[in-house]
Design a protein around this ligand. Sequence first.
Ligand code: PFF
Length: 466
Amino acid sequence: MSDNYSSAGYSGSTKSSPTRVQWSTRMAFILAAVGSAVGLGNIWKFPYITGEHGGGAFVLVYLGCILIIGIPVMMAEIALGRRGRHNPAQGIATLAREAGAHPFWKIIGVMALLCGFMILMFYTVVAGWAFAYVPKAASGSFVGENGDTIGSMFGGMLADPIALTIWMTVVLGLTMGIVLRGLHGGLEKAINLLMPGLLILLLILVGYAMTSGHFMEGVSFLFKADFSKMTGTGFLVALGHAFFTLSLASGAIMTYGSYLPENVSIGKTTMIIAIMDTVVALAAGLAIFPLVFANGLEPGAGPGLIFVTLPIAFGQMPFGSTFGTLFFLLLAVAALTSAISMLEPTISWLTEKFKMTRFKACMLAGSLLWLGGLGVVVSLNIGSEWTLFGKTFFDMLDYLTSSWLMPLGGLLMAIFSGWILKKTVMQDELGLSSTIMHQLWLFTMRYITPLAIIIVFLNVLGIVNF
Ligand code: PFF
C-alpha cells in the first residue's frame, strides 16, 4: 500500500478522496488478492469436499462455477469496491443511493461483512491445525508411522480443546497484529515468497505422488466425471466452494478493491487471481488423491484428509521432515494471508462507520472472534454432541456461509451490478478493452449467473430436480 492505512485518516470520503489510501502498485493488489484467495480452501477444503462428493463430476461443476460465476462475480465485486471506496456496507449503500435504488441493496455489504466474520471464526481454528503440524513435522513425528498412527495423531489433536485453543489464539493474534499494523509492505513481500514456495512444494508432492504407483487412479478420480455420483447437495457445495476459494461475497475482495487505484484493469487482474487459485487447488488434488489410494485411505474421510494423507507421505519420503515442516509452514502462512483479508472488512467498517481507532476495532472484533473460535474448538470435542439440525457449530458456520450466504450474496451482487446500477457505472469501472467483452460480462451477470445460482438453490430445496 502506498501508505500505512492503519494510521491513514479516512475522511468517510467519497470516491475521489485524496486521503483514502491505495495499493502502491497493481502487483501489490494482485499479491494481496491472490494471498486472500489461496489458502485453506485450496489445500484443505477442496481435496476433502472433492473426496466426499465423488471426484470428477464435482470437480467439473466446481470449475464450471469458477468460470461462469466466480470470475464475472469477482470482476463485479472488485469494481463495486473501487466505485464505493468504503467498507462493504457503506460502499454499497453509497452506490445504491447514487443509482436512486432502494436502500435494501445495502444488504449485500452487510451480508458480506457477516459472512467474512463467520468464516474467520472457524478459519482460525483450522489454520491452527496447520500451525500445530509444523513442530510435529519438524520433530520427525511422522517418520515411519503408518496410516493408523497418523490418523490417531490427528484425532488426538482434535480431542484436545486446550491445544486447539492455544493454536487458534496464536493465529488470531497474528492476524490481528498484521491487520493492526496495516498491510504495508510486509504482506507483499511475504506473498512474493509464499506463492512460488507453495507451488514448488506442491509440485514436489505431485512428483512424489507419481512414484506411489497409484497416480493414474488419483488422476482419474479427480478428472473422470461420473455424474451419477453427483447429488443436489454436491452442486450446492461446488457452487459455494467457488465463492469460498475466490474469497467472494465475504467482504475481502470488495474491501481490497476499495483500495485499488483507478487505472488498474480489473478484468486482467481477476483472470490472474482465478488462474493462480485454480492451479493451486488442482495441484493439491493431484498430490493428495494418489496418496489416498496408495495408502488405502477413504477419499471421503472428511476434514482430516490432508492432515493424514500428507504426513504419511512425509513420513516415508526422503527429506520428509524438512518438506513436511516447510509445507505446513507455508500452509499456515497461506491461511494467515487469507485470514487478514477476512478481518480487514470488519475493521474498515468499524473505523469508518463508528470512527473507532484501528486498535479498538481490532480488539472488539478480535474478542468476538476469539469467543466464536472457542465455540468451534469445543464443537470438535467436548461439545460435539451439541448440534442444531444435526450440525455442530463448526459445521453450521461452514454450511451457512459457503452454501447459503455466499451464493446468495453473489446472486444479489449480480443483480445489483447487472440490473440496478446505471450501465455506464460498471462500464467505466471495468473498462474492458472491447464492447463485446463488456456485453459478454453484462449478459453473464444479468442472466447466466443469477439463473445458475437460482437453479442450484431450487434443486437443493427439492423444487426442481435434475
Ligand atoms: N479464499 C480463502 C481460501 O480459499 O482459503 C478463504 C476466504 C478468504 C474466504 C477470504 C472468504 C474470504 F473473505
